[in-house]
Design a protein around this ligand. Structure first.
Ligand code: UD1
Ligand code: CA
Length: 455
């Protein structure tokens, strides 16, 4: 049987105190809703229908590139049952339907697999146990433990409120049964809402089996209603990511001070110091060492390279056995070969740097092709921009650029040439020779220091 997933995301999220719709708030760099959709997709759902309402246009827009999603608008928030009803016309008639929440981001596919399996020929509800389940719908069972119904907090009696088993909100049943039950749900309750949870009582009345499953971890079913809950789930998620890396043999100086906002792949014996942030797709080869306070976004680093403290690397490729930082900045399009040294306060953008080349301090290498074994002195700047267009600077193999030189592109510094310190180079230089382009040093022989006037 095919599986369709309905994601409820019409809630306002008032307690976030934000202009951004709640389900678009990011957790580990991805929106809450995006996470739920990815998890739904990993279940091989043939259709995913998102129920949107408040701030809906922004929500839809955020996913406009995803043409596989179907959208159902819930104009008025009349309850979770009403929300599911808006989605049902878009659902395949023969499908099994799984209901998820757009603001419960950490639910795992394995727990949902269990729930969907339990729904075959039945209605399946995911429940959890809490010391205090205040606020949640409670699971009411008979003396033999058979589930009878769900009672919402606001409709519950004193003794029902003492029940510790609560409704996570996730459930699964056939589309056919779901629509039959929902057509019979009324809003005669404390909140005048159409409760999705009322279908349990109807299933029981119809003699349909109701099964319950539990998530592997309770945080999988925790929702985000406030920034505080969001921050708590962020930490839980990060701890999970950290634990998985530790299990695989990565050294983390402190798993509590480490953030992955994307996918971090590590080779053997990688070590990561505190306060590093990894965004997008980051790949670290064997024995790569990342010093404290580094940020790496969409970066690939080959084996044995060391990134020293306070470096920022973005959309860059770094070869093996390089030394980067401290305080280095690799911007998009920086491609470094092996054994390259990029030191403190050196910025590299849209440039290739050949193996063994070094820029150890205070330099800007932009739109350049640097050969191998070149040495770029401190304070060297490639002037790649004439105010309108960008031009390339070519620095061939074994070039030595003296400190504080200015290379005005387009320009080619031929193989093995030396540039005297402080030069402004705007014309190509010949190979293997020293070129100096700066005012000559003069000493004024009869010069006398000024004398203080009396008066
Ligand atoms: C619901 C359940 C409750 C459960 C709790 C778990 C009902 C009646 N109650 O509570 O048993 O313990 O979730 O968190 O189902 N939503 C819509 N449209 C609506 C109403 C809600 O899309 O008209 C969405 C919200 O965006 C949210 C989810 O449904 O993602 C749950 O809504 P919320 O108001 O948080 O839950 P409750 O109804 O209080
Ligand atoms: Ca809620």
């Amino acid at each position: 049987m095919s599986l369709n997933v309905i994601v409820l995301a019409a809630g306002q999220g008032k307690r976030m105190h934000s202009d951004l719709p709640k389900v678009l708030h990011p957790l580990a760099g991805q929106s809450l809703l995006g996470r739920v959709i990815d998890t739904a997709r990993s279940l091989e759902a043939s259709k995913i229908v998102v129920v949107y309402g408040h701030g809906g246009d922004r929500v839809r827009k955020a996913f406009e590139n995803d043409t596989t999603l179907a959208w159902a608008e819930q104009k008025e928030q009349l309850g979770t049952g009403h929300a599911v009803m808006q989605a049902l016309p878009l659902v395949d008639k023969e499908a099994a339907v799984l209901v998820l929440y757009g603001d419960v981001p950490l639910i795992r596919a394995e727990s949902l697999h269990k729930l969907v399996k339990a729904s075959w020929g039945a209605l399946a509800v995911m429940t959890a146990i809490a010391e205090d389940a205040t606020g949640y719908g409670r699971i009411v069972r008979d003396a033999s433990g058979r589930m009878l119904r769900i009672v919402e907090q606001k409709d519950a009696t004193e003794s029902e409120r003492a029940i510790r088993e609560w409704n996570t909100g996730f459930l699964a049943a056939s589309a056919e049964r779901l629509s039959n039950w929902l057509s019979r749900v009324r809003n005669e309750n404390a909140q005048k809402e159409y409760y999705l949870t009322d279908i349990i009582g109807l299933a029981v009345a119809d003699g349909i089996v109701v099964r319950t499953t539990q998530p592997a971890q309770v945080w999988e079913v925790e929702g985000v209603n406030s920034r505080r809950q969001l921050a708590e789930l962020e930490r839980i998620h990060q701890r999970e990511v950290a634990n998985a890396l530790l299990e695989k043999g990565v050294t983390l100086a402190d798993p509590a001070r480490f953030d992955v906002r994307g996918v971090l792949e590590c080779g053997r014996d990688v070590s990561i110091d505190v306060n590093c942030v990894f965004e997008g797709a980051v790949k670290l080869g064997d024995r790569v060492r990342i010093g404290p306070n580094c940020v790496l976004k969409n970066v690939t680093i080959e084996a044995g390279t060391e990134v020293n403290p306070f470096s920022l690397l973005e959309e860059a490729t770094v070869g093996a056995n390089c030394r980067i930082g401290p305080y280095a900045r690799l911007r998009p399009g920086a491609v470094l070969s092996d054994e390259v040294h990029i030191g403190n306060f050196v910025e590299v953008k849209n440039s290739n740097v050949g193996s063994g080349s070094k820029a150890n301090h205070l330099a800007y290498i932009g739109d350049s092709d640097v050969g191998s074994k070149a040495n770029i002195g401190a304070g060297t700047i490639t002037c790649n921009y004439d105010g309108v267009n960008k031009h390339r600077t070519i620095i061939e193999d074994e070039v030595f650029v003296g400190s504080n030189s200015t290379l005005v592109a387009p320009v080619r510094i031929a193989k093995g040439s030396y540039i005297g310190a402080g030069s402004i180079i705007s014309k190509d230089t010949p190979p293997g020779q020293l070129t100096v382009a700066r005012a000559k040093q003069v000493t004024i022989p009869a010069w006398k220091p000024p004398v203080k006037k009396k008066g």
